[in-house]
Design a protein around this ligand. Structure first.
Ligand SMILES: *Cc1c(COP(=O)(O)O)cnc(C)c1O
Length: 371
Protein backbone atom coordinates (compact mmCIF):
# COMPACT_ATOMS: atom_id res chain seq x y z
CA UNK A 1 0.00 0.00 0.00
CA UNK A 2 1.33 3.45 -0.72
CA UNK A 3 2.18 5.89 2.02
CA UNK A 4 1.59 8.29 3.60
CA UNK A 5 -2.05 7.50 4.13
CA UNK A 6 -4.89 8.15 6.53
CA UNK A 7 -6.84 5.15 7.76
CA UNK A 8 -10.37 6.34 8.24
CA UNK A 9 -12.52 3.81 10.04
CA UNK A 10 -16.10 4.60 9.07
CA UNK A 11 -17.55 2.14 11.57
CA UNK A 12 -15.76 3.85 14.43
CA UNK A 13 -16.89 7.28 13.23
CA UNK A 14 -20.42 5.89 13.00
CA UNK A 15 -20.11 4.54 16.54
CA UNK A 16 -18.87 7.86 17.92
CA UNK A 17 -21.58 9.83 16.13
CA UNK A 18 -24.46 7.55 17.13
CA UNK A 19 -23.25 7.42 20.75
CA UNK A 20 -23.14 11.22 20.95
CA UNK A 21 -26.53 11.59 19.26
CA UNK A 22 -28.13 9.18 21.74
CA UNK A 23 -26.50 10.73 24.81
CA UNK A 24 -27.34 14.29 23.79
CA UNK A 25 -30.90 13.30 22.97
CA UNK A 26 -31.40 12.59 26.67
CA UNK A 27 -30.58 16.27 27.24
CA UNK A 28 -32.82 17.49 24.44
CA UNK A 29 -29.80 18.52 22.39
CA UNK A 30 -29.48 17.81 18.66
CA UNK A 31 -26.16 17.32 16.90
CA UNK A 32 -24.96 19.21 13.85
CA UNK A 33 -22.21 17.04 12.37
CA UNK A 34 -19.28 19.27 11.45
CA UNK A 35 -17.61 18.18 8.23
CA UNK A 36 -14.87 20.79 7.69
CA UNK A 37 -11.98 18.73 9.07
CA UNK A 38 -12.52 16.23 6.27
CA UNK A 39 -13.43 18.72 3.55
CA UNK A 40 -16.94 17.35 3.31
CA UNK A 41 -15.77 13.92 2.13
CA UNK A 42 -19.13 12.30 1.31
CA UNK A 43 -18.30 8.83 2.75
CA UNK A 44 -17.67 10.35 6.18
CA UNK A 45 -20.66 12.69 5.97
CA UNK A 46 -22.86 9.70 5.14
CA UNK A 47 -21.53 7.76 8.12
CA UNK A 48 -22.65 10.68 10.31
CA UNK A 49 -26.09 10.70 8.69
CA UNK A 50 -26.50 6.93 9.13
CA UNK A 51 -25.72 7.48 12.81
CA UNK A 52 -28.81 9.66 13.21
CA UNK A 53 -27.37 13.10 12.58
CA UNK A 54 -29.84 15.06 10.50
CA UNK A 55 -27.96 18.28 9.94
CA UNK A 56 -24.41 18.87 8.66
CA UNK A 57 -22.33 21.99 9.23
CA UNK A 58 -19.26 23.21 7.41
CA UNK A 59 -17.33 26.45 7.42
CA UNK A 60 -16.52 26.37 3.68
CA UNK A 61 -19.11 26.62 0.95
CA UNK A 62 -16.94 24.47 -1.33
CA UNK A 63 -17.31 21.54 1.08
CA UNK A 64 -21.08 22.00 1.25
CA UNK A 65 -21.24 22.09 -2.55
CA UNK A 66 -19.17 18.92 -2.71
CA UNK A 67 -21.60 17.11 -0.41
CA UNK A 68 -24.59 18.41 -2.37
CA UNK A 69 -23.02 17.24 -5.63
CA UNK A 70 -22.61 13.78 -4.17
CA UNK A 71 -26.36 13.68 -3.63
CA UNK A 72 -26.62 14.39 0.10
CA UNK A 73 -29.93 16.09 0.78
CA UNK A 74 -29.71 16.62 4.54
CA UNK A 75 -30.05 20.09 6.02
CA UNK A 76 -26.73 21.92 5.69
CA UNK A 77 -25.49 24.93 7.61
CA UNK A 78 -22.61 27.19 6.71
CA UNK A 79 -21.07 27.66 10.17
CA UNK A 80 -18.82 30.56 9.22
CA UNK A 81 -20.19 33.96 8.27
CA UNK A 82 -20.62 33.97 4.47
CA UNK A 83 -18.25 36.06 2.37
CA UNK A 84 -20.13 38.92 0.76
CA UNK A 85 -18.76 37.66 -2.56
CA UNK A 86 -20.30 34.20 -2.05
CA UNK A 87 -23.84 34.95 -0.91
CA UNK A 88 -25.44 33.51 -4.07
CA UNK A 89 -23.55 30.23 -3.70
CA UNK A 90 -24.50 30.10 -0.03
CA UNK A 91 -28.19 30.51 -0.79
CA UNK A 92 -27.94 27.93 -3.56
CA UNK A 93 -26.40 25.15 -1.46
CA UNK A 94 -26.80 25.85 2.26
CA UNK A 95 -30.17 25.93 4.00
CA UNK A 96 -28.92 28.04 6.89
CA UNK A 97 -25.86 30.17 7.57
CA UNK A 98 -24.31 31.59 10.74
CA UNK A 99 -24.17 35.38 10.56
CA UNK A 100 -23.00 38.47 12.38
CA UNK A 101 -23.08 41.27 9.79
CA UNK A 102 -26.34 42.89 8.64
CA UNK A 103 -24.74 43.84 5.35
CA UNK A 104 -24.13 40.17 4.59
CA UNK A 105 -27.61 39.16 5.71
CA UNK A 106 -29.11 41.81 3.41
CA UNK A 107 -27.10 40.36 0.53
CA UNK A 108 -28.29 36.85 1.43
CA UNK A 109 -31.84 38.18 1.39
CA UNK A 110 -31.39 39.65 -2.08
CA UNK A 111 -29.85 36.42 -3.33
CA UNK A 112 -32.70 34.41 -1.80
CA UNK A 113 -35.33 36.64 -3.43
CA UNK A 114 -33.58 36.23 -6.77
CA UNK A 115 -33.37 32.46 -6.37
CA UNK A 116 -37.01 32.33 -5.15
CA UNK A 117 -35.83 30.49 -2.09
CA UNK A 118 -35.86 30.91 1.62
CA UNK A 119 -32.61 31.08 3.56
CA UNK A 120 -32.23 30.56 7.28
CA UNK A 121 -30.08 32.88 9.36
CA UNK A 122 -28.64 32.03 12.78
CA UNK A 123 -27.19 34.95 14.69
CA UNK A 124 -23.86 34.26 16.41
CA UNK A 125 -23.34 36.04 19.72
CA UNK A 126 -20.00 37.03 21.26
CA UNK A 127 -19.69 35.54 24.75
CA UNK A 128 -16.08 36.33 25.51
CA UNK A 129 -13.78 34.17 23.36
CA UNK A 130 -13.49 37.13 20.95
CA UNK A 131 -13.91 35.37 17.66
CA UNK A 132 -17.20 35.77 15.78
CA UNK A 133 -20.44 37.14 17.15
CA UNK A 134 -22.42 40.33 17.70
CA UNK A 135 -22.00 41.87 21.13
CA UNK A 136 -24.84 40.89 23.51
CA UNK A 137 -26.23 44.44 23.66
CA UNK A 138 -26.66 44.41 19.86
CA UNK A 139 -28.69 41.19 19.71
CA UNK A 140 -32.21 42.60 19.99
CA UNK A 141 -31.61 45.40 17.52
CA UNK A 142 -30.05 42.97 15.02
CA UNK A 143 -32.81 40.37 15.32
CA UNK A 144 -35.41 43.07 14.67
CA UNK A 145 -33.64 43.90 11.39
CA UNK A 146 -33.25 40.22 10.44
CA UNK A 147 -36.96 39.66 10.84
CA UNK A 148 -37.64 42.43 8.31
CA UNK A 149 -35.52 40.87 5.57
CA UNK A 150 -37.48 39.27 2.72
CA UNK A 151 -36.94 35.51 2.15
CA UNK A 152 -34.89 35.23 5.32
CA UNK A 153 -36.02 33.08 8.24
CA UNK A 154 -34.56 33.80 11.64
CA UNK A 155 -33.44 30.38 12.91
CA UNK A 156 -32.04 31.27 16.28
CA UNK A 157 -28.83 32.11 18.04
CA UNK A 158 -25.52 30.46 18.71
CA UNK A 159 -22.15 30.95 20.31
CA UNK A 160 -18.67 29.63 19.79
CA UNK A 161 -16.20 29.40 22.63
CA UNK A 162 -12.79 27.87 23.33
CA UNK A 163 -11.47 28.46 19.82
CA UNK A 164 -9.47 31.65 20.00
CA UNK A 165 -8.81 32.35 23.67
CA UNK A 166 -9.82 29.09 25.26
CA UNK A 167 -12.76 30.67 27.12
CA UNK A 168 -14.76 27.69 28.43
CA UNK A 169 -18.50 27.20 28.20
CA UNK A 170 -19.88 27.49 31.74
CA UNK A 171 -23.19 28.06 33.52
CA UNK A 172 -22.75 31.81 33.36
CA UNK A 173 -22.06 32.34 29.63
CA UNK A 174 -24.50 29.58 28.60
CA UNK A 175 -27.23 31.14 30.79
CA UNK A 176 -26.56 34.42 29.03
CA UNK A 177 -27.04 32.68 25.67
CA UNK A 178 -30.36 31.25 26.87
CA UNK A 179 -31.52 34.62 28.16
CA UNK A 180 -30.67 36.27 24.86
CA UNK A 181 -32.45 33.49 22.94
CA UNK A 182 -35.48 34.13 25.11
CA UNK A 183 -35.34 37.85 24.41
CA UNK A 184 -35.28 37.22 20.65
CA UNK A 185 -38.55 35.28 20.97
CA UNK A 186 -40.24 38.45 22.15
CA UNK A 187 -38.92 40.37 19.16
CA UNK A 188 -39.60 37.95 16.33
CA UNK A 189 -42.78 36.54 17.85
CA UNK A 190 -41.79 32.87 17.94
CA UNK A 191 -39.33 30.71 19.84
CA UNK A 192 -36.26 30.49 17.64
CA UNK A 193 -35.84 26.80 16.77
CA UNK A 194 -32.06 26.61 17.25
CA UNK A 195 -30.04 27.63 20.28
CA UNK A 196 -26.63 26.30 19.38
CA UNK A 197 -24.44 26.29 22.46
CA UNK A 198 -21.12 25.50 20.86
CA UNK A 199 -18.70 22.80 19.74
CA UNK A 200 -16.90 19.77 21.17
CA UNK A 201 -15.73 21.91 24.08
CA UNK A 202 -19.33 22.08 25.36
CA UNK A 203 -19.69 18.36 26.12
CA UNK A 204 -18.49 18.46 29.72
CA UNK A 205 -20.78 21.38 30.45
CA UNK A 206 -23.82 19.63 28.95
CA UNK A 207 -23.21 16.41 30.90
CA UNK A 208 -22.29 18.08 34.19
CA UNK A 209 -25.89 17.64 35.30
CA UNK A 210 -26.82 21.30 35.67
CA UNK A 211 -29.71 23.00 33.93
CA UNK A 212 -28.73 23.69 30.32
CA UNK A 213 -31.44 26.27 29.78
CA UNK A 214 -32.65 26.72 26.21
CA UNK A 215 -29.53 25.24 24.57
CA UNK A 216 -30.81 22.57 22.18
CA UNK A 217 -27.99 22.03 19.68
CA UNK A 218 -24.24 21.42 19.57
CA UNK A 219 -21.97 21.40 16.53
CA UNK A 220 -19.58 18.50 16.80
CA UNK A 221 -16.53 17.69 14.72
CA UNK A 222 -13.62 16.70 16.91
CA UNK A 223 -15.65 14.59 19.35
CA UNK A 224 -17.04 12.51 16.49
CA UNK A 225 -13.79 12.11 14.57
CA UNK A 226 -11.26 11.87 17.40
CA UNK A 227 -13.42 10.83 20.37
CA UNK A 228 -12.22 13.73 22.52
CA UNK A 229 -13.80 16.79 24.07
CA UNK A 230 -12.03 19.95 23.02
CA UNK A 231 -11.23 21.69 26.32
CA UNK A 232 -8.70 19.29 27.84
CA UNK A 233 -8.64 16.79 24.99
CA UNK A 234 -9.84 14.02 27.29
CA UNK A 235 -11.31 10.91 25.77
CA UNK A 236 -15.11 10.97 25.86
CA UNK A 237 -16.05 7.72 27.66
CA UNK A 238 -17.11 5.01 25.25
CA UNK A 239 -15.84 6.72 22.11
CA UNK A 240 -13.01 5.61 19.85
CA UNK A 241 -9.97 7.85 19.79
CA UNK A 242 -8.40 5.89 16.94
CA UNK A 243 -11.10 6.20 14.29
CA UNK A 244 -8.51 7.98 12.17
CA UNK A 245 -4.80 7.19 12.10
CA UNK A 246 -1.90 8.24 9.96
CA UNK A 247 0.63 5.88 8.41
CA UNK A 248 4.01 7.00 7.07
CA UNK A 249 7.00 5.12 5.70
CA UNK A 250 10.61 5.01 6.89
CA UNK A 251 13.08 6.26 4.26
CA UNK A 252 16.24 6.45 6.40
CA UNK A 253 17.46 4.75 9.59
CA UNK A 254 20.87 5.61 10.98
CA UNK A 255 22.64 5.80 14.29
CA UNK A 256 23.44 9.52 14.62
CA UNK A 257 24.53 11.90 17.33
CA UNK A 258 21.61 13.65 19.01
CA UNK A 259 23.55 16.93 18.90
CA UNK A 260 24.14 18.79 15.63
CA UNK A 261 27.64 19.97 14.77
CA UNK A 262 28.96 22.96 12.83
CA UNK A 263 27.99 26.60 13.25
CA UNK A 264 24.32 26.55 14.21
CA UNK A 265 22.02 29.29 12.87
CA UNK A 266 18.27 29.25 12.14
CA UNK A 267 16.65 26.08 10.85
CA UNK A 268 14.02 26.15 8.11
CA UNK A 269 11.02 26.42 10.41
CA UNK A 270 11.63 27.63 13.90
CA UNK A 271 14.70 29.66 14.57
CA UNK A 272 17.37 27.82 16.48
CA UNK A 273 17.46 24.08 15.98
CA UNK A 274 16.89 21.76 18.90
CA UNK A 275 20.05 20.24 20.27
CA UNK A 276 20.04 16.91 22.00
CA UNK A 277 22.48 15.65 24.55
CA UNK A 278 21.78 11.96 24.61
CA UNK A 279 24.88 10.80 22.75
CA UNK A 280 24.05 8.60 19.80
CA UNK A 281 20.43 7.84 19.00
CA UNK A 282 18.56 5.52 16.70
CA UNK A 283 17.29 8.12 14.23
CA UNK A 284 14.64 7.39 11.64
CA UNK A 285 13.20 9.62 8.95
CA UNK A 286 9.65 9.25 7.64
CA UNK A 287 8.58 10.55 4.25
CA UNK A 288 6.09 13.13 5.51
CA UNK A 289 6.53 16.71 6.66
CA UNK A 290 5.03 20.02 7.64
CA UNK A 291 3.37 20.30 4.27
CA UNK A 292 1.22 17.33 5.26
CA UNK A 293 0.89 17.38 9.04
CA UNK A 294 1.40 19.39 12.20
CA UNK A 295 4.33 17.51 13.81
CA UNK A 296 3.30 18.73 17.27
CA UNK A 297 -0.06 17.03 16.81
CA UNK A 298 1.28 13.51 16.24
CA UNK A 299 1.09 10.86 18.92
CA UNK A 300 3.82 8.30 18.10
CA UNK A 301 4.04 4.65 19.17
CA UNK A 302 5.37 3.89 22.67
CA UNK A 303 9.14 4.25 22.81
CA UNK A 304 9.27 6.49 19.76
CA UNK A 305 9.68 10.25 19.92
CA UNK A 306 8.99 12.90 17.29
CA UNK A 307 12.11 15.10 17.25
CA UNK A 308 11.56 17.55 14.41
CA UNK A 309 9.99 18.09 11.05
CA UNK A 310 10.85 20.07 7.97
CA UNK A 311 8.64 20.39 4.90
CA UNK A 312 9.11 16.79 3.76
CA UNK A 313 10.96 14.93 6.52
CA UNK A 314 9.75 13.81 9.92
CA UNK A 315 12.68 12.95 12.20
CA UNK A 316 12.13 10.39 14.95
CA UNK A 317 14.14 9.03 17.82
CA UNK A 318 13.16 5.38 17.38
CA UNK A 319 14.58 4.36 20.77
CA UNK A 320 15.15 0.63 20.70
CA UNK A 321 12.50 0.00 18.05
CA UNK A 322 13.72 -1.49 14.79
CA UNK A 323 12.45 0.84 12.11
CA UNK A 324 13.94 -0.65 8.98
CA UNK A 325 13.74 1.27 5.73
CA UNK A 326 10.39 0.57 4.10
CA UNK A 327 8.60 -0.19 7.35
CA UNK A 328 5.60 1.87 8.37
CA UNK A 329 4.76 3.78 11.53
CA UNK A 330 1.22 4.71 12.54
CA UNK A 331 0.28 7.75 14.60
CA UNK A 332 -2.77 9.08 16.35
CA UNK A 333 -3.50 12.67 15.40
CA UNK A 334 -4.84 15.69 17.17
CA UNK A 335 -7.27 18.07 15.49
CA UNK A 336 -4.57 20.29 14.07
CA UNK A 337 -2.61 17.40 12.54
CA UNK A 338 -5.84 15.89 11.23
CA UNK A 339 -6.90 19.13 9.54
CA UNK A 340 -3.61 19.39 7.72
CA UNK A 341 -3.43 15.69 6.82
CA UNK A 342 -6.92 15.76 5.36
CA UNK A 343 -6.01 18.78 3.28
CA UNK A 344 -2.72 17.42 1.95
CA UNK A 345 -3.00 16.07 -1.59
CA UNK A 346 0.03 13.88 -0.82
CA UNK A 347 -1.79 11.82 1.79
CA UNK A 348 -4.01 9.05 0.50
CA UNK A 349 -7.32 8.64 2.30
CA UNK A 350 -8.27 5.01 2.81
CA UNK A 351 -11.56 3.88 4.31
CA UNK A 352 -11.64 0.94 6.67
CA UNK A 353 -14.80 -0.88 7.72
CA UNK A 354 -14.49 -3.60 10.29
CA UNK A 355 -17.67 -3.86 12.25
CA UNK A 356 -15.97 -2.05 15.11
CA UNK A 357 -17.45 -2.41 18.57
CA UNK A 358 -16.71 -0.24 21.56
CA UNK A 359 -13.69 -1.44 23.48
CA UNK A 360 -10.23 -0.50 24.56
CA UNK A 361 -8.46 1.56 21.95
CA UNK A 362 -5.19 0.23 20.62
CA UNK A 363 -2.44 2.78 20.91
CA UNK A 364 -0.37 4.06 18.04
CA UNK A 365 1.81 1.28 16.70
CA UNK A 366 4.59 0.20 14.42
CA UNK A 367 3.05 -1.80 11.63
CA UNK A 368 4.50 -5.09 10.43
CA UNK A 369 7.28 -4.45 7.94
CA UNK A 370 6.12 -3.73 4.44
CA UNK A 371 6.44 -6.82 2.24
C1 LIG B 1 -15.17 24.01 13.61
C2 LIG B 1 -16.38 24.53 14.24
C3 LIG B 1 -17.14 23.70 15.08
C4 LIG B 1 -16.74 22.29 15.42
O1 LIG B 1 -15.78 22.28 16.41
P1 LIG B 1 -15.24 20.93 17.06
O2 LIG B 1 -14.41 21.38 18.19
O3 LIG B 1 -14.50 20.21 16.00
O4 LIG B 1 -16.42 20.16 17.52
C5 LIG B 1 -18.30 24.24 15.64
N1 LIG B 1 -18.67 25.51 15.38
C6 LIG B 1 -17.97 26.32 14.60
C7 LIG B 1 -18.45 27.71 14.38
C8 LIG B 1 -16.81 25.86 14.00
O5 LIG B 1 -16.11 26.69 13.20
Amino acid sequence: MSAPRLHINLDKIYHNASTLVARLLTKGVSVTGVTKAFLGTPQIARAMLRAGITCLGDSRIENIERMRQSGIEAQMILIRSPMLSQTERVVASADVSFNTELEVMAALSMAAVKARKNHGVLLMIELGDLREGVMPHDVERTVKKICELPNITFMGVGANLACRNGVSPDNRNMAQLSALADSTARICGFCPPIVSGGNSSNLDWVFAGDDIGLVNNLRLGEAILLGREALNRQRVPGLFIDAISLVAEVIERKTKPSKPWGTVAQSAFDGASASGSQGNINQAILAIGRQDIDPDGLDPPVGVQVLDASSDHLVLNAGDRKLVVGSEVSFQLNYSALLRAMTSPHIIKTFVKNGAVAGPCPAAQILPDAA
